[in-house]
Ligand binder design. Structure first.
Ligand code: 5RP
Length: 219
């Protein structure tokens, strides 16, 4: 199976986790696009969705799925999203699609984070994928210097401004052996809007697309 076929497989496999009559939190990315397309088939059974990006909102609306503002929602049963890397504790790197801040906001509303990913995303230690960090522009250089002290090299992602109007730093060279501690540390630095390390907001379970089918990893 191709990587895209594996993404389609797990997008479909997430449907049983969507709770009838409720809102579902929806992430961003090519895997989530498959989930949104699958969700269209059961759209009459749900109230609607809370979206993590302009792109996902557009796709949801194109399918006729009502989109609610996160600001008006107090709780979601489930949030479904992809990942750039996921380890054996359910800790993730996210933000390859630059939607990390809104993804974390919507994930924070949810009781369960259902990660959908193809098997290439599974890693022993996070950090081979450059860690995305959304920053206030005037703080980018100082934040890059902080990362140097952790052994990382930060570069601005060319031509990218997030839905919130900020640039993204991509940080290479980190070996993230303690995701909870590193997330807490980075969150202290002035000018960090959010870091694409999802440790406090790790996956509750992961539907992993493999050549043998969908594996369910529970964390
Ligand atoms: C977007 C994300 C995505 O979930 C992540 O980049 C995975 O994307 P894809 O499903 O396209 O591989 O965090 O900000």
């Amino acid at each position: 199976m191709t990587q895209d076929e594996l993404k389609a497989l797990v997008g479909q496999a997430a449907l049983p986790y969507v709770v009838p009559g409720e809102l579902v939190g929806v992430g961003t990315g090519s895997t989530v696009n498959h989930f949104i397309d699958a969700l269209a088939a059961i759209k009459t059974t749900i109230r609607g969705a809370v979206s993590s990006s302009v792109k996902s909102t557009e796709r949801l609306l194109a399918h006729g799925i009502p989109v609610f503002d996160a600001a008006d929602v107090t709780r979601l049963a489930v949030y479904v999203d992809g990942a750039d890397e996921i380890d054996h504790h359910g800790f993730m790197i996210k933000g390859g699609g630059a939607a990390l801040t809104r993804e974390k906001i919507v994930a924070d509303l949810a009781e369960r984070f259902v990660c959908i990913a193809d098997e290439s995303k599974r890693v022993a230690v996070l950090g081979a994928f450059p860690l995305p960090v959304e920053v206030i522009a005037m703080a980018a250089s100082q934040i890059s210097r902080h990362f140097e002290k952790l052994g990382g090299t930060a570069t601005l992602r060319p031509g990218v401004i997030t839905d919130n109007g900020h640039p993204i730093l991509d940080v290479r060279g980190l070996q993230i052996t303690d995701p909870l501690a590193m997330e807490a540390e980075i969150n202290q630095w002035p000018g960090v809007v959010s870091v694409g390390l999802f440790a406090r907001h790790r996956a509750s379970l992961c539907l992993l697309g493999t050549a043998q089918g969908v594996q369910t990893l529970v964390f």
